[in-house]
Design a protein around this ligand. Structure first.
Ligand code: BG6
Length: 490
């Protein structure tokens, strides 16, 4: 069980809190990991009577957590108090000193689930009120700014009041079970490491496909687009875990030092290279003829928007291990189905001794992150029978669900507990955020210089990602996805 702590959630009646934070607290309480003496203060702009607020939290938890135990939900909401703040003017805050325990021995977590533009004013307010203790931590939700300058500005403001060791920048992908398994797969299995390099690997592909559109987040999303919303953080973090050198241990800075080196080795795009190595797209109406899905422009009701809902990139990591290996990244909304996979395509055998030369497929390791977590290793196998060598590719499949009966904790459960425990390994350090924005800006600025516009793709299709692939490369899919697609076709 973790030590007792105080959790103060700014944006306590926001979408993120209802969808992720309260359900995460419920699960941790249900599994006995947090004590019944934990204190939670939900701070919001809208005023609520405490009982009304608790009932709202309760009904939201019940809508997000299947078969929730009502007794535990009731216990959780009884731990919640609420307060009010006008986050634009930190001064008008009604978070009273009396709520905090007198002892400063407790871990105090300030969770800023608000737009990043107010991180500075909230931090200033917390400092002015002398709420920040030595054992305080602040959690910052993404996106941290829209570009390098705004991100640096936000980080500067927060850094006036909190030390880097107190700052926890969330990228929820790092809290996913299967993303953490990338570390185990790479560094607890000797067979992969010796071929984890440009000598043996032909290309790496990372796909994070979403079937949803922008839903009710249109106004927010339209200011960011797929590159800033997904690539700057989630996809780059996945790339780092695949490409980094083995850290000497799991200490936060050891791991983050290695990730930073990868970010710094990413080759910047130029006006000469941007067009052939990147594609941006926006979804139009698509899907069934009778009941089509709306276009992005219809979704956001703003018909002049040039925001991309899809992006595909060919990235190069200029270092000894990865020289010459393309890393293909793609992500988009309104794809035919939701899945995230990392595919490592190994090189072809150097010489084929078999007569049927055309059919020797390269080995392929697929890490399926979500849903239906799996690892697949594609290998060539002889088809039994006399009459010479005939062979076929088969996938060795490790399906998590077959081996682990436990519910997989949601990313936020682990991340929240790591904040309380003071473990920063799964959180982005400031220099990582800076390095990733520097690289992202080599895309946004060159898109602007070269006037790169969106390629339109129909909702319910895979988007225009093919344009960036080198000759004889194609987007690969796990067997699992292929089977799913065959089933859907009937
Ligand atoms: C968020 C993005 O960070 O990640 C969303 O802002 C996206 O646009 C979401 O839908 C995807 O997360 P997950 O965990 O569902 O893959």
């Amino acid at each position: 069980m973790t030590e007792e702590f105080e959790l103060i959630i700014f944006g306590g009646d926001g979408d993120l809190s209802y969808r992720k934070i309260y359900p995460a607290l419920y699960h941790r309480l249900n599994e006995g990991q947090i004590s019944k003496n934990v204190r939670i203060l939900a701070v919001s702009r809208k005023p609520y009577e405490i009982e009304d607020f608790r009932q709202k939290v309760k009904s939201e938890i019940l809508s997000y957590v299947k078969d929730a135990n009502i007794k535990i939900v009731d216990q959780l909401i009884s731990l919640i108090s609420n307060g009010r703040i006008d986050t634009n003017k930190g001064e008008e805050c009604a978070v009273t000193k009396s709520w905090f325990l007198e002892s400063t021995d407790y871990v105090r977590v300030f969770y800023l689930a608000t737009p990043a533009v107010v991180f500075g004013s909230i931090s200033k307010y917390l400092d002015k009120m002398q709420y920040i203790t030595a054992k305080s931590r602040v959690v910052l939700e993404k996106p941290l700014g829209k570009n390098l300058e705004s991100s640096e500005q936000i980080n500067d403001e927060v850094a006036k009041y909190f030390k880097e060791e107190q700052i926890y920048r969330i990228d929820h992908y790092l809290g996913k079970e299967t993303v953490q398994n990338l570390m185990v797969l790479r560094f607890a299995n000797n067979i992969f490491e010796s071929s984890w390099n440009a000598k043996d690997i032909d290309n790496v592909q990372i796909t994070v496909a979403e079937s949803i559109g922008v839903g009710t987040r249109g106004a927010f999303y339209d200011q960011y687009g797929a590159l800033r919303d997904m690539v700057q953080n989630h996809l780059l973090q996945l790339l780092c875990l695949i490409a980094m050198e083995p850290p000497v241990n799991l200490e936060a800075d050891e791991v983050r030092d290695e990730k930073l080196k990868v970010l710094k080795a990413l080759r910047f795009y130029t006006p000469e290279t941007i067009n052939e190595n990147t594609v941006r797209g926006q979804y139009t109406r698509g899907g069934s003829d009778t009941d089509p899905l709306p276009s992005y422009l219809e979704d956001i009701e703003k018909f002049s928007s040039k925001t991309e809902t899809f992006v595909a990139l060919k990235a190069n990591i200029d270092n000894w291990r990865w020289g010459g290996v393309p890393f293909y990244l793609r992500t988009g909304k309104r794809m035919p189905h939701r899945y995230s996979e990392i595919i490592i395509n190994f090189k072809k055998v150097p010489h084929n001794i078999f007569p049927d030369k055309k059919n020797v497929e390269s080995n392929r390791l697929t890490v399926r992150l979500q849903p239906d977590e799996k690892i697949e290793l594609l290998q060539m196998v002889k088809v039994p029978g006399p009459g010479g060598y005939r062979y076929k590719p088969y996938a060795l499949e490790l399906d998590y669900a077959d081996h682990f009966e436990h519910r997989f904790p949601e990313a936020y459960e682990r991340l929240l507990m790591d904040v309380v425990r003071g473990n920063q390994t799964l959180f982005m350090r400031r220099d990582e955020v800076k390095a990733s924005w520097e690289w992202i800006e080599s895309i946004t600025k060159n898109w602007e210089t070269n006037n790169v516009s969106n390629v339109l793709y129909e909702a319910d299709s895979w988007g225009p990602g093919g344009d960036i692939l080198e000759e004889d490369h194609k987007w690969a899919k796990s067997h699992h996805v292929k089977r799913l697609e065959e089933k859907q076709k009937g």
